[in-house]
Design a protein around this ligand. Structure first.
Ligand code: BV8
Ligand code: ZN
Length: 242
């Protein structure tokens, strides 16, 4: 099926749908200049993200992990939402029932105006106290290393879900609710490698949703979905609205 026919197919499904769910990954922020997780530029000082985004790494060397997050925060501070993010805000306003599940921690969906949103892997602009658990916004660039809680002087950590950590129960509840009730699921810009997000396509498919993937390359999801369109999210997502 050519791209125009595929996009027309998705547009007509969206026009009829009462409930739409969207799952995004790093690919939708790539067009804002944010390095993807597994792309070549995902490296930092020859470390793989999986090596640094873990409680063990933070336990072992909190300074190194905070240096990595400072590098990403400094990079993200200069980035803005792109037409792909803005198109999803428009889609949220058009749909009777809508939910956006993002794996991204960059905050760009919220900055674009998405409200019905679960940031299932957390948010790089929030910090959590390892002592008293308080979660706060923190936009300091750079953040002082090692940051301490003003209340209990405990060590602050990024409010991000690391590998081996469980996702927030409320985020999971909202996500499964949205996946089980949607008539259309759009999967945009994710390599479909990380769980539980990688299982979200099959959950929607199993309950009869129409599932479409918009991604630069093919992924493990590509064989599962009803329609897979290859291209850049900033080009493809706005075309779902026209
Ligand atoms: C959990 C925060 C329960 C860090 C992240 C074996 C089987 C099943 C599960 C596991 C397993 N082994 C381990 C696990 C569990 C593990 C996991 O899934 N590991 C993987 C590696 C196998 N999962 C977990 O630990 C999760 N927790 O399961 O809890 C539990 C509890 C205890 C013990 C076990 C289990 C927690 C996962 C969360 C990890 N945290 N991020 C940080 O960001 O600092 S995940 C990280 O990957 C990012 O959040 C990122 O968003 C996410 C997914 O990556 P993508 O978004 O897909 O990005 P990627 O670069 O991979 O792909 C980008 C895509 O975009 C590409 O396809 C590319 O082609 C495309 N693209 C590029 N440019 C564009 C584009 N598309 C469109 N337009 C463009 N312009
Ligand atoms: Zn504290």
């Amino acid at each position: 099926m050519n791209i125009d026919a595929a996009l027309q197919d998705i547009r007509s499904r969206l026009a009829q749908a009462k409930s739409v769910t969207v799952l995004t990954g790093a690919g939708i922020s790539a067009d804002s200049g944010v390095p993807t997780f597994r792309g070549a530029e995902g490296l930092w000082k020859d470390f793989r993200p999986e090596e640094l985004a873990s409680p063990d790494a933070f336990e072992r060397d909190p300074t190194l992990v905070w240096e990595w997050y400072n590098w990403r925060r400094e990079l993200l501070a200069t980035k803005s939402p792109n037409p792909g993010h803005h198109a999803l805000v428009e889609l949220e306003q058009r749909c009777e029932r809508f939910w956006l599940i993002t794996q991204n921690v960059d905050g760009l969906h919220a900055e674009a105006g998405s409200r019905k949103l679960s940031e299932i892997h957390g948010n790089i602009w929030k910090v959590r106290c390892t002592g008293c658990g308080v979660v706060k916004d923190n936009r300091d660039v750079p953040i002082e290393i090692l940051p301490k809680c003003l209340t209990c002087h405990g060590l602050l950590r990024p409010h991000i879900v690391w590998f081996g950590e469980s996702l927030d129960p409320e985020d999971l509840h909202n996500s499964y609710e949205a996946l089980r009730s949607c008539e259309v699921l759009l999967i945009i810009g994710t390599s479909g490698m990380v769980y539980p997000a990688a299982s979200f396509g099959p959950i929607a498919k199993d309950q009869g949703a129409f599932v479409a993937e918009l991604n630069l390359d093919s992924t493990p999801n590509s064989d599962l979905v009803d329609v897979a369109v290859q291209g850049r999210a900033k080009d493809l997502v706005p075309q779902l609205l026209s």
